[in-house]
Ligand binder design. Structure first.
Ligand code: ARG
Length: 463
């Protein structure tokens, strides 16, 4: 695709075209063509404004705007021929426009530069991805709420250090992720609101002497206002970094949940059965059903966080304003966005389809002396013991049960009384897991009533 003649967009002072290697390192059209729709939206807004304020004639503005729509339809139809000699999406679109409409195309670039143009395109692209992430998060949260509601009172073990700690409810565990993803959702919305200022009209770096109307283009592109400093507008990419930061945190949440699904679907746990639609088999072991989707989601945080670090390294140390380094901002963001959306969708599918195995959950909930804290609390509440003493007595009873190879509820009253004479038959009420979870009625606790209240609150919030 090398064109040995000087570039028609900026070649006035050039006698020769670029070396092939120069073209290869310089061209971004291979990836920035993904911003074609945003580029054309930005150019159409700019042309309308140029016409409205009289910098170009309204007729030229209309011709340009119509022509740009045709260019867009060619790109969407896949008939557009991208040229590396034309470097990037901006010049590819403008060159094609010139082929089609001739002289007025050359007036489009009045009062702007590729620097504000690319900042605008990229911001619009990232903004679209934030909207997609919002939709993906809402769908996933909805799937989790359905699981939480169905299993508000199903008991399962709660873990610390991945050791059985206290019984919790399935619904409570699902709702923990709703809280995390709910904060991700609010980070998405915050980032969107903060980035929503238009770079267009900042021109190369200093603004322009043409009487442009930046309010008008900002409004046409759905921005809240024009960015207030032209140097900043063309040279910062913090909106993309914030996008990657939000994506990284969310991907980390998805990764933790994915890890739990991998563990839970194993033969050793059998807490959940993943659907065939979100599992794969093994080419050698016929019995296998692997949680590949969960594993891949678990891994996605690596490349998304990698993009975050990568772009941070590109941006650090760049003097104001634009430097070509900033062309390296896009590929990593594109890749991170694609994989974030995929991870959200795959997680939603898995959560909607998965079946909790209530029997395995309940059996595991009672194992591992999971109601020992309930026993200690009973000693405090009923016998008035200081908690530290109750902890000690309970520890002795756990050791006794362990010695006998049974669980706490299997000890006899006589066994109990051999450790502390005041213990009565009532203690057995608190050793059952269902009673244990029912009793945890503190705000935010695992009691089914609390879980149902939180499901209701979230449904209200998301309405
Ligand atoms: N393709 C370029 C980029 O992505 C567009 C901006 C070029 N600006 C310039 N001054 N050469 O950054």
């Amino acid at each position: 695709m090398t064109d040995k003649t000087a570039n028609t967009m900026w070649g006035g002072r050039f006698a020769a075209g670029p070396d092939a290697i120069m073209e290869a390192i310089n061209a971004s059209i291979g990836f920035d063509q993904r911003m074609a729709a945003q580029d054309i939206a930005g150019s159409r807004a700019h042309a309308a404004m140029l016409g409205a304020v009289g910098i170009i004639t309204p007729k030229d503005a209309d011709t340009i705007r119509e022509g740009l729509l045709t260019v867009l339809s060619e790109i969407e139809a896949g008939t557009f021929e991208f040229s590396a000699a034309l470097e990037d999406i901006h010049m590819n679109v403008e060159a094609r426009l010139k082929d089609m409409i001739g002289e007025p195309a050359g007036r489009l670039h009045t009062g702007r530069s590729r620097n504000d143009q690319v900042a605008t395109d990229f911001k619009l692209w990232v903004r679209d991805q934030l909207d997609a992430a919002e939709a993906g998060l809402l769908a996933l949260i909805d799937a989790l709420l359905a699981q939480a509601e169905a299993g508000a009172d199903w008991v399962m073990p709660g873990f610390t250090h991945l050791q059985t700690a206290q019984p919790v409810t399935w619904g409570h565990h699902m709702m923990a992720y709703v809280e995390m993803l709910g904060r991700d959702l609010s980070r998405v919305r915050d980032a969107r609101a903060r980035m929503n200022e238009s770079p267009l009209g900042a021109a190369a770096l200093a603004g322009t002497s043409f009487p442009i109307d930046r309010e008008m283009t900002a409004q046409a592109l759905g921005f809240d206002r024009p960015a207030a400093n032209s140097l900043d507008a063309v040279s910062d990419r913090d909106f993309a970094l914030e996008f990657l930061g939000v994506a990284s945190i969310c991907a980390m949440h998805l990764s933790r949940f994915a890890e739990e699904l991998v563990i839970w679907s194993s033969a050793q746990f059998r807490f959940v059965t993943l659907s065939d639609r979100f599992s794969t088999g093994s080419s050698i072991m016929p019995q296998k059903k692997n949680p590949d989707a969960a594993e891949l989601i678990r891994a996605k945080v690596g490349r998304i966080m990698g993009a975050n670090v990568g772009l941070m390294m590109v941006m650090k140390g760049l003097p104001l304003a634009y430097s070509k380094d900033m062309q390296e901002d896009k590929e990593q963001v594109f890749d991170a966005a694609d994989n974030w959306m995929l991870a959200l969708a795959a997680m939603e599918g898995m959560v909607r389809d998965m079946t909790a195995n209530r029997d395995s959950l309940a059996a595991a909930a009672g194992a591992g002396f999971s109601t020992a804290t309930d026993l200690a609390d009973w000693l405090v509440r009923v016998l008035g013991m200081p908690f530290r003493d109750a902890h000690h007595v309970t520890g002795s009873l756990v050791a006794m049960a362990e010695g006998k190879g049974c669980d706490l509820p299997d000890l006899s009253l006589a066994d109990m009384q051999s450790v502390h004479g005041d213990i009565t038959q009532d203690v057995f009420d608190v050793l059952g897991v269902q009673n244990s979870v029912n009793s945890r009625m503190s705000y935010g606790g695992t009691a089914p009533a609390q879980v149902r209240a939180q499901v209701g609150r979230w449904r209200e919030v998301l309405k």
